[in-house]
Design a protein around this ligand. Structure first.
Ligand code: GLN
Length: 189
């Protein structure tokens, strides 16, 4: 039986993530309530707007629940705003975060002219380059010693992993390239 996976569906690009996971053979659940985390093996936190997401997370004890999910061995895959949310420290401006990943991340780090662009990335462990989109993307400015870099763009880490926490500063879900979702599902089994 394949692992049970969910996509945090409070805000942002959760539907496209769910479709990508489904194309890879999973049956993802849209997670809107804390109680739905029970029994999940993996959770995608999608891109969107991290401040809005933080506001919506006030309705229920999401911070406690997601930290407990991580502590009991659940895997978290944060993309863009999701990467901001899982990082230990957020800058530009500073805001609250789950601190599941030993990283410092700067929001909206690509400036105005190139605030959104698509590119192909070489990803460690993936046979083919991955088409991805950077949309008002953040940038990792410091990584702890236990954080592994799986892909870089213009010399900056853009896909990292620390144990069961994976974070991408880009959107892997909107180009139709499902390689990263397929890889993440394999890490859960
Ligand atoms: N700029 C957004 C933020 O700071 C992230 C953008 C995204 O998720 N595409 O939350």
């Amino acid at each position: 039986m394949s692992a049970s996976v969910g996509v945090l569906a409070l805000q942002g690009d959760y539907e496209a993530h769910a479709k990508a996971l489904a194309r890879c053979g999973a049956s993802p659940l849209e997670i809107r309530r804390v109680a739905q985390l029970d029994g999940l093996a993996g959770l995608v936190i999608p891109g969107g707007e991290s401040t809005t997401l933080l506001n919506l997370m006030r309705d229920e004890p999401w911070f406690e629940a997601l930290r407990a999910f991580d502590a009991r061995g659940g895997s978290v895959f944060g993309t863009c705003a999701g990467a901001i949310l899982v990082s230990r420290e957020v800058r530009h401006p500073a805001q609250d975060s789950l601190a599941l990943l030993d990283a410092t991340i700067e929001r909206n780090a690509y400036g105005r002219q190139v605030d959104s662009f698509e590119t192909e990335l070489a990803v460690a462990g993936l046979a083919a380059p991955l088409g991805v989109a950077f949309i008002r993307a953040p940038r990792f400015v410091a990584l702890g010693p236990g954080v592994e870099v799986l892909a870089t763009h213009a010399d900056a880490p853009v896909l990292v992993r620390e144990g069961r926490v994976v974070a991408a500063t880009f959107h892997p879900e909107i180009t139709g390239a499902d390689g990263l979702h397929a890889w993440w599902l394999r890490t859960l089994s």
